[in-house]
Ligand binder design. Structure first.
Ligand code: FES
Length: 165
């Protein structure tokens, strides 16, 4: 696991763990800044919040939202809730897995071992139920997604990653 971060964990925690702020708010702030919550921040967070390391770790792992590694360059969040399911999201999920060669909701550590540039995540409702199936690709919302539409937006995103790499 690559735990190298640009800022020292202590400084990171000091900056965000202000008095009166809840652990959840601090974790959100750290993730907003870095894109993930580095494991090296757990100990200073525990000290700052007067909690055990196990408690901090427990909160990070309980909430699916928090990640402990940077996101892959291309991340797909596919809605698998009821409205999208009724409009074929499961068939779309199979297509996406076949097309990308990745699997949904594989543990991040396992993905990084393979040097993955694509991460597939299931989410439950993106607020686009009337326009299902819906997904987010690198933070951009796409509605009424067909396999063909997915292939096109995925190709465009992959190209952007190659260009900026
Ligand atoms: S159920 Fe998929 S966007 Fe609401």
């Amino acid at each position: 696991m690559d735990d190298s971060i640009a800022v020292a964990p202590d400084q990171l925690v000091q900056r965000h763990a202000q008095p009166g702020r809840s652990l959840l708010a601090v974790l959100h702030a750290i993730q907003d800044e870095l894109g993930y919550v580095p494991p090296a921040a757990v100990a200073p967070l525990a000290r700052a919040m007067n909690l055990s390391r196990a408690e901090v770790h427990g909160v990070i792992t309980y909430y699916h939202h928090f990640r402990t590694q940077p996101a892959a360059p291309v991340t797909v969040q596919l809605c698998r809730a009821e409205a999208c399911r009724s409009m074929g999201t499961e068939a779309l999920a199979q297509h996406i897995e076949a097309h990308t060669g990745c699997r949904f909701d594989v543990h991040h550590d396992a993905e990084h071992q393979h040097g993955a540039t694509v991460e597939l995540e299931s989410v439950y409702c993106l607020g686009q139920c009337a326009l299902s199936p819906a997904l987010m690709l690198n933070g951009t919302l796409h509605a009424k997604v067909t396999p063909q539409k997915f292939d096109a937006i995925f190709a465009a995103a992959s190209k952007r990653v190659e260009v900026t790499a």
